[in-house]
Ligand binder design. Structure first.
Ligand SMILES: Nc1ncnc2c1ncn2[C@@H]1O[C@H](COP(=O)(O)OP(=O)(O)OP(=O)(O)O)[C@@H](O)[C@H]1O
Length: 507
């Protein structure tokens, strides 16, 4: 298929607000792709190319984009091959070769295609805006049920492969997609409640567990081979050797565990989350040891446990990894739930997660079987731009512009972001240095004093509330916003919405 057709569909989908029209356009596109183009095309549309990040930043790109071609001639396959070539380049001389490869490609691209390729390469499409509609479009184009497509996507963690299988395989093959040790599944997520008592009212009898203030991990072990994945399924095995060691010593051959990792100080209190996350990042600071704590088990030695009730899974967890379980109690008494929560807070943790004791593991879902209650409210926002600092922060990228997600396009383009405030509070020197480097890598343009970036970085922000504002496009501004932590383990599509923030006006 011509790349031009894919670009046209992406434009149609971005410009319409009607979900039905989006699904129609995407289903028509999927139906017209050659089998080997299906997975790459889906990857481009959701900003998750098969090849991952290929090491091309805005500066490299802007230098390489020459005069566009007038007529479309490139195919979807050509773009996939370009990413393969870029991903394979490394070492000395690779920067020059990268520029040459990009120049050659861009000279064959039309202006619209150049724009699309830029957005794919910078990861700008990674907003999560399209995943839901694409899932429906895959079901429509393949004439399979939406539930079956969704389950396959959650359990394989791979929408592109799911699309390929749905469109080219049999119904049985799609239904047979299940857990595979070594391949991460999308994690089950929690709803929120104001208090542990409210949470328990939603779930009924529940396992009330500490909500540890660490980072989520999913660990797969097959024999001696152990893999560790983040919340968004990035493989971080090589960064967490201590976790690998712990899981290798468990009395099982095969296992999939869901849990949290964090480091502790000498008193056994958790260290700041940012220290845990810095171990997830590229420049792993090795002075902190990370411990795993597990709260769920999805598979043990050939037996899938996803569709077993939590009570059964917890019993298995106790058997295989009892020493490394997250503290908690099974109860239907609100007073017990409140006490567990007080203990968790006293231990420096965030609060509790209350889980219906008979619930199944719903991969990739934020249902009401798991309900979290944490007293400090924070919001996940997306960085849209950063201002250069002054005084002590001269030469550093400091004040960040914060955007909330606008899925419906109530204040701009559907699937875009609405600015709701700025902050330079809560930033340590280490974070400032990291920001300065990171945001120039994902820069898309510059104006006086400000670097505008691809909207892909999620930051967790504590606020005192919101107020009406005539200055910001969403009609609200954050009050006393401060940075709690960067969330490298979340995609922009998971950020909070302008609707959620506006609802705070009424509280
Ligand atoms: N005992 C526990 N059970 C489940 N999740 C836990 C537990 N302790 C800590 N967590 C963390 O809390 C998160 C549950 O909240 P949620 O599903 O809303 O994820 P989230 O969007 O990452 O939320 P948050 O930003 O509050 O961590 C999990 O992703 C996990 O990282």
């Amino acid at each position: 298929m011509l790349l031009d057709a894919l670009v046209t569909t992406a434009e149609t989908v971005a410009s319409t607000r009607s979900r039905l029209a989006k699904v129609d356009a995407l289903a028509a596109l999927l139906g017209g792709l050659a089998p080997e183009e299906i997975a790459p095309a889906v990857g481009f549309l959701v900003g998750k190319a098969r090849q991952g990040r290929v090491g091309v930043g805005w500066r490299g790109l802007s230098g390489a984009m020459g005069d566009p071609s007038a007529e479309p001639s490139l195919t979807v396959d050509d773009l996939d091959a370009l990413l393969d070539r870029l991903a394979a380049l490394s070492g000395t001389g690779s920067a020059a070769e990268r520029t040459r490869v990009l120049q050659e490609f861009s000279s064959r691209a039309t202006a619209r295609e150049q724009d699309f390729v830029t957005r794919v390469l910078l990861g700008e499409m990674r907003t999560g805006a399209l995943e839901g509609v694409l899932t429906d479009a895959i079901a429509r184009a393949s004439d399979r049920s939406g539930d079956v497509v969704r389950r396959a996507a959650m359990l394989s963690g791979d929408l592109g492969e799911t699309a390929r299988l749905a469109l080219t395989g049999t119904a049985e093959e799609l239904e047979a997609v299940g857990l595979e040790v070594g391949r991460p599944v999308l994690p089950m997520l929690a709803a929120s409640a104001p208090t542990p008592t409210d949470a328990l009212a939603t779930t009924g009898r529940a396992s009330v567990e500490y909500k540890l203030d660490g980072a989520r991990i999913q660990v797969h072990r097959h024999g001696d081979d152990v893999r560790v994945f983040t919340r968004n399924l990035a493989d971080i095995t090589h960064r967490l050797p201590e976790v690998v060691e712990v899981v290798r010593r468990l009395p099982v051959r095969d296992v999939i565990l869901d849990g949290e990792t964090l480091s502790l100080d000498e008193e056994g209190a958790p260290r700041p989350f940012q220290e845990t996350m810095s171990r997830f990042g590229a420049d792993a600071a090795r002075e902190t040891a990370l411990h795993p704590w597990f709260f769920d088990v999805l598979h043990v030695d050939g037996r899938d446990l996803l569709d077993e009730p939590l009570s059964t899974r917890l019993a298995e967890l106790e058997r295989v990894a009892g020493e490394h379980r997250i503290p908690g109690e099974i109860t239907d008494d609100p007073e017990v739930a409140e006490r567990v929560s007080r203990d968790a807070l006293a231990a420096g943790q965030e609060g509790v997660v209350v889980k219906a004791i008979d619930s199944l593991y719903a991969a990739g879902r934020r249902g009401s079987s798991w309900v979290k209650a944490k007293p400090v409210h924070t919001y996940d926002l997306v960085v849209l731009a950063v201002e250069w600092g002054s005084g002590r922060r001269q030469g550093m990228l400091s004040n960040i512009h914060l955007g909330a997600r606008d899925p419906e396009g109530a204040y701009g383009e559907p699937g875009g972001f609405v600015m709701v405030g700025k902050t330079f509070k809560g930033l340590t020197d280490k974070l400032l240095a990291w920001q300065t480097e990171h945001f120039q890598e994902i820069e898309v343009r510059r104006t006086a004093g400000t670097v505008w970036v691809a909207p892909t970085t999620v930051v967790e922000i504590a606020i005192d509330g919101v107020q009406r504002s005539s200055r910001y496009p969403g009609g609200i501004a954050l009050r006393f916003a401060r940075v709690k932590r960067y969330r490298d383990d979340k995609d922009a599509g998971e950020a909070d919405t302008i609707g959620t923030l506006r609802a705070l006006l009424r509280e």
